[in-house]
Design a protein around this ligand. Sequence first.
Ligand code: HEC
Ligand code: HEC
Length: 361
Amino acid sequence: MMGKCAVLRIAIFILLMSTVASCKKEASLEDKTLEPRAARLEVPGNFPVVKEEIDNPLTLEGIELGRKLFYDVRLSGSNRISCASCHRQDLAFTDGIPLSNIGESGKRLDRHAPALFNLAWAEGGLFWDGGSKNLESQAFGPLTSEDEMHQDLYVLENELKQVPEYLRQFKLVFGEDVKSANVVRVLAQFQRTLISGNSKYDKYRRGESGIMLSDIELLGMNLVAAKCKGCHTGELFTDNGYHNNGIDDTFSEEHEGVFQGRFRVSFDPLDIGKFKTPSLRNVMLTAPYMHDGRLKTIDEVLDHYQSGIQLSPSTDILLFQNRGQVGIPMNANEKAAIKAFLASLTDNDFINNKKISNPNL
Ligand code: HEC
Ligand code: HEC
């Protein structure tokens, strides 16, 4: 039998050892963090390869700093809204309303806030018309737009410099003081880690044990592959391209051409009315739909493709599936199957992933 004292001594010894161990760990962490540590994206097994961003290499510290800034209201002029005000994790980083008016001017935006995920694969441009080339330049848009965050970039730099933790983190990641060019770089790094690839469908595709799609989901999968192909294609369920899916037949020039779609960027008349194909992943979370959020439900979307398509010179040829006439034929059973399949694309791990949630909560 061990005496009480011996037990106590052993306990103290273990306690001492564990504090020594944890001190050691902290010390070595400190050493390492003098240099930012290279990071890699965790690419789901069924996804295409991802292009590495040579000009803005991912680091663990850069991603973490970007995450903090994404959720920080200091990024807006009045310190009232953050990126996450319009891009909410529980909604796959969209906002659940057609056209937001929470920006600094209080004016209603012309476009709906898209969901944000799998942006590391978004090679054809960002925004509904591809008006922004990459995530680094994209963030300047909402930051400075008076209808969104209306922030003066010099004021922003100064505000962030007031926060010792930010000062330390920017130094560590970039070896220099807070610069707005680096703010957008870390925001981009964080946003590249918003990878959604763990829905039931993904697990089924990767052959994970015990995961099967039901008959109706499988039917829906085949229907989507047959009827929505060319646009909502591949494992990302988007071709990263621009199409006119027939929600309008006239495209006003007002508001600097935002209603004319891709034409605003390419000036090619054939691009009038074309918008970027959104992914079908997580669509059950991302209502309302389309670039202006005009359709409230998936039923409305399916009805649109079946019988609501409006004709104009750029209406996509892929929409003529009705014996050469416009429209995508779908009976009630087929619509139900498509909806069941779309629901299997919901990634609950993504919307609950703590690594990408608000670090201040
Ligand atoms: C007031 C609401 C609002 C705020 C705040 C906001 N966004 Fe957005 N975001 C939008 C809207 C609306 C669009 C679509 C604009 C367009 O296509 O013309 C968009 C588009 C985007 C896109 C393009 C996605 C794609 O697939 O093309 C990214 C990336 C993005 N926002 C990131 C951010 C970041 C980072 C911040 C913070 C610096 C931010 N947003 C702040 C509303 C907002
Ligand atoms: C010709 C290409 C094309 C085809 C075919 C097509 N879509 Fe689309 N889809 C688009 C484009 C482009 C948009 C965005 C249009 C806009 O906002 O103006 C879109 C938008 C959507 C949206 C809204 C997503 C969001 O986040 O707002 C859903 C849902 C959708 N399509 C489902 C389908 C389904 C289901 C099919 C097949 C039955 C289909 N689409 C066929 C190109 C296509």
